[in-house]
Write a protein that binds this ligand. Structure first.
Ligand SMILES: Cc1cc2nc3c(=O)[nH]c(=O)nc-3n(C[C@H](O)[C@H](O)[C@H](O)COP(=O)(O)O)c2cc1C
Length: 355
């Protein structure tokens, strides 16, 4: 039996398979409110055999948006716009997760297809960014260092966002602590130069993330799976390391996280990455610590046999794919066919099943 199409249970949730849709920003929200676009976009994967769909990085505060067009969940109108999307996913028999995010010093930037690059000036609808330290991402505007009151507010923003996400019907919460956004900025010594209890030692750099894990776990109760996406290396000298990532992951599990979604990079512009098929899988294996820490692998995993191999080798417990789902929203149906596994087809599509 294909491991990729075997079920996985975490807390009260059973994922029908282990081929999941990775969170992908669509830069198509209005005032943080998701639109009809998001509804059709996400529902197509639910009809395509995904075991879980994690909706894009969704800001827990207005200043935490990567761009003015990011999705948000810091108010009730935003929550209410998510609810029918989750319903659509559920109606197609798939589970829905949301990635809660704050972009920190990489907030207030132009969306990828805008005419301009870099930071959006306040006059053009941008805003002052915040970060652990007043250290800019190369080429972006300088952030303001957060004081302890701002950190307390941040923790509470994640808590209220998680409550709203549960109220909207989401089955899984993922905290975005990767790709150089705010929680990753706290973890890495390259962006965190604080001298208080939130900077310096690994324990101090991890303090904000661990508090958020703890507070979100309390807010969502014992039944809901809580994932944390990390960048397990900065791909730059003096940065966050895979060993540190594994240690922080173990601490996060202790605070109530269930699975670590292992990605990498994004913290500094001068990163040097050797990008090739499955390039982040060794990082997932390191963080997994021989099976003690449940992990997902992501990054250029584009074929059924390749994904199956990652699970077979014991490098990960589940697979997130991103761009392959954009190329083929029915990637899950095709992958099951290729592995000779069974997956639930939408009743309306059954006549198209490969025989
Ligand atoms: C259009 C696009 C948007 C993305 N947005 C997010 C995001 O919101 N949150 C996140 O953690 N990663 C984001 N990513 C990264 C993907 O989740 C994934 O980790 C990455 O694309 C590598 O996987 P892949 O090779 O299967 O695409 C994005 C990637 C793409 C292509």
């Amino acid at each position: 039996m294909a491991l990729l199409f075997s079920p996985l249970s975490i807390r009260s949730v059973t994922f029908a398979n282990r081929l999941w849709v990775s969170p992908m920003c669509m830069y198509s929200a209005v005032d943080g409110v998701v639109q009809d676009f998001h509804r059709t976009h996400l529902a197509q994967f639910a009809a395509g055999g995904a075991g879980l769909i994690v909706a894009e990085a969704t800001a827990v505060a207005a200043v935490g948006r990567i761009s003015p067009r990011d999705a948000g969940i810091w108010n009730d109108a935003q929550r209410d716009a998510w609810a029918p999307i989750v319903r659509d996913i559920h109606e197609r028999g798939t589970l829905a997760g949301i990635q809660l995010a704050h972009a920190g010093r990489k907030a207030s930037t132009w969306w990828p297809w805008a005419d301009e690059r870099g930071s959006v000036a306040p006059a053009d609808g941008g805003w002052q960014t915040v970060a652990p330290s007043a250290v800019a991402f190369e080429g972006f505007a300088q952030p303001i260092a957060m004081d302890t009151a701002a950190i307390e507010e941040l923790v509470d923003d994640f808590r209220t966002a998680a409550v709203r996400a549960i109220d909207a019907g989401f089955d899984v919460i993922e905290l975005h602590a990767a790709h150089g956004y705010l929680l990753h900025e706290f973890l890495s010594p390259l962006s965190n130069q604080r001298t208080d209890e939130y900077g310096g030692s690994l324990e101090n750099r991890a303090r904000v993330l661990l508090r958020i894990v703890e507070v979100v776990r309390t807010a969502i109760g014992e039944t809901v799976p809580l994932f944390v996406r990390i960048s397990a290396t900065d791909h730059a000298a003096g940065g966050f390391t895979p060993d540190e990532a594994a240690t922080v992951s173990e601490w996060a599990l202790g605070q109530g996280a269930d699975l670590i979604d292992v990605s990498s990079g994004g913290l500094v512009a001068h990163q040097s990455i050797d990008v090739h098929p499955g390039y982040q899988v060794p990082l997932a294996r390191t963080v997994r610590r021989g099976g003690r820490i449940p992990v997902s692998a992501v990054g250029l995993i584009t074929a059924a046999a390749q994904a199956e191999q990652v699970l077979h080798e014991g490098a990960a417990d589940a697979i997130f794919a991103g761009r392959e789902w954009l190329r083929d929203p029915h990637f899950g149906l095709r992958a099951a066919h290729e592995l000779g596994a069974s997956v639930a087809w939408p009743a309306q599509y059954v006549r198209a099943r490969w025989r």
